[in-house]
Ligand binder design. Sequence first.
Ligand SMILES: [Fe+2]
Length: 215
Amino acid sequence: MLYGLSVRLQTNDFADIEATRKLAVDLENNFEAAQSAGCILCAFAHHAHAEESVIFPPSARTANALITDLIKDHHELTRRELEIGQSARALLRLRTPEERVAAGVRVNQLANDLIGVYVVHMNREEAELVPAMREHFTDQEQLAMQGTIIAQFPPDRLMALLGWMLPALNVTELSELLAGVRQMAPPPLMNAVTELCDARVDPSRWTAVKLRVGL
Ligand SMILES: [Fe+2]
């Protein structure tokens, strides 16, 4: 999603007001105000909410200093996301294409800064929080946390997030996910997920997954 945001911003023609208006809609950072279930910054904001409500409270019992740092990061990320959304909206009020192009450069810079901070944050969660969770929680407890996070999503937001996630998985990860969904989820959800894979996953990777899972 971070790299997708980068590509989206760097290929946007800020002189084109309609394309830029659509971009600003997708840069909304608040799900409640969003006009699009696929809004990019909303999903980033959800990252912090899901972790702080489900994962961090039990993890803080054994890794309090780490969790304090990660929450500080989330506040910093939220501040940066808000600034990007506000800058994109302010850009729409500019009168000339030249002014928008100049302001677009600034939005790109803000997004690059966000991406840098975000990647460092995610690496730290992978390198420090994940091993701590593996040490202190059983597989069942971690699966229960995952289930709680997924259950928090309204269906349209879940599908929008899966639209980002499914094309980013490798063949083994996607095969395991599809096998799990087929086993646990009702058939309409399985159909929706396979349709999303048809539309979004690289065709050669998707063909390999179908073969492996027997779809
Ligand atoms: Fe986080």
